[in-house]
Write a protein that binds this ligand. Structure first.
Ligand SMILES: Cc1cc2nc3c(=O)[nH]c(=O)nc-3n(C[C@H](O)[C@H](O)[C@H](O)COP(=O)(O)O)c2cc1C
Length: 221
């Protein structure tokens, strides 16, 4: 697959086939992604590959914690406390398009909650990767982590795999650290559901929108 196709064709996959991903494939994806750049070659990434019984147990633990009414307590604040234009509108649009693809009406709060909870089931993916970095590192390492995670998602495409980055599965980082044996000095950035996309599922058939280049670029001569 060429690089442009890999980038343009990547979507967040939110429905997977019941088909395992070979360990060797995951290893190869990580083997490629390790060539991502990082400031002074820090290579801040730490990855936990969770699958099988361990993934099922983690899913149960996340759902149970949510059912207790526990508020998410992620290691960092991904989203702003207050949304302003144009991000507020984009966020709204993103949600509306997703619910439309799932056939969920605006007022159907129950189905919306169920769709949100599907995050804690990793959307049925057989594997979830979790990305950590040492808490002692600086802000620049967050850039490195983003590049690494994108490399993982693109490399996965070469094997016909879909993925969905999930900040939601980092809602209760203590559960993920416990499940993966990561120590408290490792900050959890996000999870990544990984598996073979279900081509029939409507949620995998919609595409999010993007601004045109002219709307986010200035040319200076
Ligand atoms: C770091 C990160 C965390 C995300 N967390 C979630 C999540 O918890 N649940 C979800 O359904 N999508 C999540 N997404 C997917 C975004 O909603 C998605 O990337 C965006 O809407 C653009 O759509 P696309 O990935 O299909 O191009 C996340 C994306 C990123 C980059």
């Amino acid at each position: 697959m060429n690089v442009l196709e890999a980038i343009e064709g990547r979507i967040s996959t939110r429905a997977y086939l019941d088909k395992p991903v070979a360990d060797e494939t995951v290893r190869r994806i990580l083997d490629v992604a390790r060539w991502s750049p990082s400031g002074v070659n820090t290579q801040p990434w730490k990855v936990a590959v969770v699958k099988g019984e361990a993934l099922a147990r983690l899913s149960q633990a996340l759902l149970a914690r949510q059912a207790e009414g526990a508020r998410p307590a992620p290691d960092y604040q991904y989203y702003p406390g207050e949304w302003v234009a144009p991000y507020k509108e984009r966020r709204f649009q993103c949600g509306m398009d997703l619910y439309k693809a799932l056939g969920i009406g605006r007022e159907d709060r129950e189905k919306r909650l169920e769709a949100a909870l599907n995050n804690y089931r990793f959307f049925g993916a057989p594997v979830s990767l979790f990305f950590f970095m040492d808490k002692s590192l600086g802000q620049g390492s967050w850039l490195d982590m983003g590049m690494f995670i994108q490399s993982v998602m693109l490399a996965a495409r070469e094997f016909g795999l879909g993925s969905c980055p999930q900040a939601s599965t980092a809602d209760y980082p203590d559960l993920v650290r416990e499940a993966t044996g990561m120590s408290d000095d490792q900050l959890l950035l996000c999870g990544l559901a990984l598996g073979y996309p279900d081509p029939e599922h409507p949620v995998n058939r919609y595409r999010t929108r993007r601004e045109n280049v002219g709307n986010f670029t200035v040319w200076v001569e």
